[in-house]
Design a binder for this molecule. Structure first.
Ligand code: SF4
Length: 337
């Protein structure tokens, strides 16, 4: 199933998913649906629990509350044996390709291992390993090498080959390009998109960089076009302003959030963002804002109607110019990637 030709039932559905570690609220009330062939981004600051959410969705850890359905099956209601067979359909790609590859195994052994585990390509493993290497832009000559003999981008290609070896339907991509050079990131993103088109993969793409998200994700919890076209939440403003400027003639004007990231042990009362929000008022300190429908997407802010949309500020700043370019890309079809 290719992107854009979605079946009516989501492949993955999360409802009010919560994970606390002792008193730490790592994941707090996440809900979404992800369809076959689609990419959904989970965006937020480092340390905000995005990776924990990915592990919950693969049932590598158990939630404090909430539900997840994979292809209509209640994930947390399955017996361990059933989860094991489901694992083949749900894979993960990690941020640090070096840390996730066994330094003492050759690429051949690393790719053969999941095949053997799931009884795939019996009697044809060498051919399948060569095919997987070609699929990710490497060659059969790489099969006998060890992880340290590769560059960061090549190692991530091996991680991707390992994930697709078992023909999954869903891949959680946990910051897969954050550790790579900027010049390599586009190549890996292109590879992921190519594999998605070929195999109809669904991606849950965990990231903190909206420039990357813009290229790969169809939706960012809310609709991506709406998020970029008319960002309302002050935190979204700050994320957008952090997108690197390719044009050096533009002076960087980043909306740096003041104040500390709130403790996950003791999140502040009221709006979680109030300790760093430039628009915070008394009500924000006392009352948690509900998720409200704002134009074509959702926003959790008491005052979103009063806060000037990021693009319509009277002063044309470099930040706004960047956003204007992003919007232009969407309007000319660049947002459908
Ligand atoms: Fe800022 Fe208040 Fe809105 Fe929270 S509710 S984002 S603190 S203005």
């Amino acid at each position: 199933m290719l992107a854009g030709t979605f079946v009516s039932r989501p492949l993955l559905r999360a409802e009010r998913l919560v994970k606390h570690f002792k008193a730490v609220r790592a994941v707090d009330d996440i809900s979404f649906e992800l369809y076959t062939g689609e990419t959904l981004a989970l965006v937020g600051e480092s340390g905000c629990g995005k990776s924990t959410a990915g592990r919950l969705l693969l049932r590598l850890i158990e939630p404090t509350s909430g539900k997840v359905w994979f292809d209509g099956r209640d994930l947390f209601g399955l017996a361990e044996r059933e989860v094991r067979s489901l694992r083949r359909e749900m894979q993960i790609i990690f941020q640090d390709p070096y840390g996730s590859l066994n330094p003492r195994m050759t690429v051949r052994d690393m790719l053969a291992e999941p095949l053997a585990l799931h009884g795939l390509a019996k009697g044809k493993q060498p051919e399948r390993v060569a095919e997987l290497l070609r699929l990710v832009g490497l060659g059969p000559e790489h099969a006998g090498r060890y992880p340290h003999e590769f560059s960061g981008g090549q190692r991530q290609r091996i991680g991707i080959a390992r994930a697709v070896a078992v023909e999954p339907r869903l891949i959680v991509c946990d910051e897969p390009v954050s550790a790579l050079d900027v010049s390599i990131r586009a190549q890996i993103i292109n590879l992921l998109q190519d594999l998605q088109r070929r195999f109809g993969l669904a991606y849950l793409f965990i990231a903190h960089d909206l420039a990357v998200v813009k290229h790969i994700a169809a939706r960012v919890a809310a609709d991506k076009r709406a998020l970029f076209a008319e960002p309302r939440h002050p935190y979204t403003h700050a994320l957008l302003s952090a997108i690197p400027v390719p044009d050096l003639s533009l002076k960087r004007e980043r909306l740096v959030l003041q104040g500390d990231v709130p403790s996950a042990h003791r999140p502040p009362q009221g709006c979680r963002f109030h300790t760093r929000c430039p628009h915070a008022r008394e009500r924000c300190r006392e009352e948690e804002p509900p998720l409200a429908a704002a134009d074509s997407h959702s926003v959790a802010c008491h005052f979103w109607k009063e806060i000037e949309p990021f693009t319509s500020a009277s002063r044309l700043t470099p930040v706004n110019e960047r956003l204007t370019r992003l919007q232009a890309a969407f309007h000319t079809g660049g947002g459908s990637s």
